[in-house]
Design a protein around this ligand. Structure first.
Ligand code: SAM
Length: 235
């Protein structure tokens, strides 16, 4: 198997929980490729993701829950397939969260983790990584949990720490992804996060980092990060 879709097309997913679903980009990837499923719950801390999620995800028995995963886990029912995409670096205490998530998998259930990571970056990916890190640092300064991306071994550590094993691994290094030298959405987001976090003027270190990254973006460019996808089952 070369990519996640190769697994999805032979997987009968049953009941699905997609944690931190946002507007449903990854959920759609599941519903479009899966062999079968019975229902999908998308869960996100942001209630305002609901409309976009319900509009964009194509499929049957789709619903949305507005909650933090931490609160949801206190009374969650069990699922056959649970997914979490590009959100491990948004979840405080993620090792503990993944342990609890593995506890709400049905027997022979599957956890699918899809996460961008920080290993072996090309120079444009390093730009994207550093811009994302600045945004994450600014979010933490305003009380929102967000951190820089994990390494592959850290992501694997969460899986093994939860008593799971990896059945399939898919790597998308994204080495050939388009390189943008125009100001990207990411640098614009960084700029507005600086203004929001420091309305009366940012510390020098922050202003300098923002400028360094804007210049690096123009000179070296920025491109999409590598992604690691793990299909995990009970060990
Ligand atoms: C980068 S987006 C990923 C969206 C989607 N999974 C995808 O791959 O397209 C991260 C999402 O995590 C959500 N999030 C952050 N902290 C959360 C939490 N504690 N519980 C649930 N969702 C959370 C954010 O609202 C955001 O929609």
């Amino acid at each position: 198997m070369n990519e996640l879709e190769d697994f999805l097309k032979i997987h009968n997913a049953g009941t699905i929980l997609d944690i931190a679903c946002g507007s449903g980009g990854f959920t759609n990837r599941l519903t479009e490729a899966l062999k079968s499923y019975t229902s999908v719950i998308g869960l996100d801390i942001k209630a305002d993701a609901r409309d976009d999620f319900l509009e964009s995800v194509k499929g049957h028995n789709i619903s949305f829950v507005a909650s933090t995963i931490h609160d949801y886990l206190t009374s969650a029912s069990h699922f056959d397939t649970i997914s979490v995409s590009n959100a491990l670096h948004h979840l405080e205490g993620v090792a503990e969260v993944i342990k609890k998530v593995s506890g709400i998998l049905n027997d022979r259930g599957t956890l699918i983790i899809n996460e961008m990571h920080c290993d072996d970056l090309t120079p444009p990916q390093q730009t994207q990584h550093d811009q994302h890190k600045l945004i994450a640092d600014l979010h933490r300064a305003t009380g929102e949990y967000h951190r820089e991306t994990w390494s592959r071994s850290e992501i694997l550590g969460f899986v093994y720490g939860a008593g799971l094993k990896v059945q399939y691994t898919f790597e998308n290094k994204n080495e050939d992804a388009e390189i943008t030298k125009e100001p990207t959405k990411m640098i614009e987001r960084a700029r507005s996060a600086v203004e929001k976090t420091y309305p009366d003027g940012a510390p020098d270190t922050v202003t300098k980092e923002l400028e360094r990254l804007a210049i690096r973006g123009e000179e070296i460019g920025s491109s999409a990060p590598p992604q690691l996808t793990l299909v995990c089952v009970e060990a």
